[in-house]
Design a protein around this ligand. Structure first.
Ligand SMILES: NC(=O)c1ccc[n+]([C@@H]2O[C@H](COP(=O)([O-])OP(=O)(O)OC[C@H]3O[C@@H](n4cnc5c(N)ncnc54)[C@H](OP(=O)(O)O)[C@@H]3O)[C@@H](O)[C@H]2O)c1
Length: 446
């Protein structure tokens, strides 16, 4: 039995992602119980209706009986995150578990990542003896606003939990396609000999959205694209793409290799501002809660390099933008041309081989090859070998289902450790310092 205590149980993350994923896990046979906690006063019936609607909103075909069965395992406590309300939570838990063992406790912070709020929650759990060596805590980005604020959150958590009990989620890493990167790279020995500067000309990682900032002006004005998307999602995709083979599939080995990447990551050639582009979409100033003079970037691109023998000299661009032409997250690896090809004498330019991973929306991988379609003319044309995960629905799981599964089973492989976060902030803080004096000059309106 897994007992999940979900703080921020009335919020969007809980409704849009966590309840549907918990339902899927329950359907898959996990024995679990969810106790929601938030300030909004809700009786048991109202809370179950909230979950019912959240599941129905996402899973139109879910059988009513199955949803009802799941709801029987959900209950709610409301409170202001003070010690008295967490004492009330403990009492509720004790009553629930009088007849059935609680199993391991898993705490999930689906609340704003405010350092004081986290301190209150963790303090309340400590005071009420709810923290033991078996329990664990999960939280989602943003992990701070910069290096020092991330450290502050880490220190609060570290007072009560070991690093092995802290699950920092970047839900991009829970996407099947990202997980598949490990298999692609390390279960297929054909890739290893070409995965280096000798054979790879450049790597592009792009996370584009068609939407604007919606109503998140308050948050976004403090954040911007570099903090919101590059520091976490894009750099994590980079680490998975470029890291060396870990010693094992154990979380500690995976973290260790990602840390090696972050240690050596720098702006391309160790140079400055010419490797940074920032933009702002037209109309950003009219968005709610946005300063009409705002210089906040809604798109950004950094040209980076990993200063190791494997990668030195290979530009790795990480980019992200709102209100872009399409919604897509892609990793593109472009292979170098051969100096000489058999088709040169016919003046026939061969396409460069590339390996393209679409994390969303298509969830496919494409290997661009040259093929000879017309043996009489000897003409060669680029063609894509494609494998789509969406076409194989059984292979495809929701990222939050993956994340909660691993959290319950205490596998930290897809979660981030404190050192990775500190190192990625170190790079991003230095980029933001470089931009600060020239922000107005380099901000492009698009
Ligand atoms: N939504 C997503 O898809 C998503 C994706 C990635 C990361 N995240 C991160 O996950 C966390 C939760 O996201 P969310 O969109 O659900 O946030 P949210 O709706 O702003 O907050 C979640 C809940 O936390 C409670 N809350 C809000 N402000 C509070 C405060 N000052 N003190 C105590 N409780 C407060 C509210 O419940 P009560 O008022 O009932 O207490 C609210 O329903 C955030 O850190 C967010 O950045 C969210």
């Amino acid at each position: 039995m897994h007992t999940l205590i979900l703080f921020g149980a009335s919020g969007d993350l809980a409704k849009e992602k966590l309840y549907p994923a918990l339902f899927d896990l329950f359907q898959a046979g996990e024995k679990l119980r969810c106790i929601g906690f938030a300030r909004t006063p809700l009786d048991e019936k109202a809370f179950r209706t909230l979950i019912h609607n959240a599941i129905r909103g996402q899973k139109k075909n879910a059988a009513a009986d199955d949803v009802e069965k799941f709801l029987k395992h959900c209950s709610y406590v409301s409170g202001a995150y003070d010690q008295a309300s967490i004492a009330h939570l403990k009492k509720h838990l004790t009553q629930l578990t009088a007849t059935e063992h609680a199993g391991r406790l898993s705490f999930y912070l689906a609340t704003p990542m405010d350092h004081t709020l986290i301190r209150n929650i963790v303090g309340g759990l400590m005071k009420n003896d709810l923290i033991d060596s078996e329990c664990a805590i999960a939280l989602e980005k943003p992990f701070g606003f910069d290096g020092p604020s991330a450290q502050k959150i880490n220190r609060v958590l570290a007072r009560s939990f070991n690093e092995e009990q802290i699950y920092r989620l970047d839900h991009y890493l829970a996407k099947g396609m990202v997980q598949d990167l490990l298999a692609l790279r390390f279960a297929n020995p054909i890739f290893e000999p070409v995965w280096n500067a000798r054979h790879i000309e450049r790597i592009d990682i792009a996370i584009n959205e068609t939407a604007g900032i919606r109503k998140r002006g308050q948050y976004y004005e403090q954040s911007g694209a570099i903090r919101d998307m590059l520091q976490n999602h894009a750099l994590q995709l980079l680490a998975f793409t470029a890291m060396d083979q870990p010693e094992s599939l154990q979380a500690a080995s995976i973290h260790q290799e990602k840390i090696q990447v972050f240690r050596r990551l720098r702006l391309f050639g160790g140079q400055g501002i010419e490797n940074i582009r920032i933009g702002q979409y037209r109309g950003y100033h009219e968005e709610a809660f946005v300063d009409p003079q705002s210089l906040t970037e809604t798109s950004a691109a950094l040209c980076l390099e990993i200063d190791t023998p494997r990668w030195r000299g290979v530009p790795i661009t990480v980019a992200s933008g709102k209100k872009m032409g399409s919604r897509s997250t892609d990793i593109t690896i472009l292979f170098r041309k051969k100096e000489y090809s058999l088709w040169d004498e016919m003046n026939h330019q061969l396409a460069q081989n590339s390996f393209h991973i679409n994390i969303q929306p298509d969830n496919d991988i494409r290997l661009r090859l040259n093929s000879e379609f017309d043996s009489q003319k000897k003409s060669v044309h680029p063609t894509d070998l494609r494998f789509g995960f969406l076409d194989n629905a059984r292979l495809f799981k929701d990222p939050y289902e993956n994340a909660l599964h691993d959290f319950f089973h205490r596998d930290q492989g897809i979660f981030l450790n404190a050192k990775e976060i500190a190192l990625s902030w170190k790079l991003i803080d230095s980029v933001l310092r470089l931009i600060a004096p020239v922000r107005e000059k380099i901000l492009q309106i698009y």
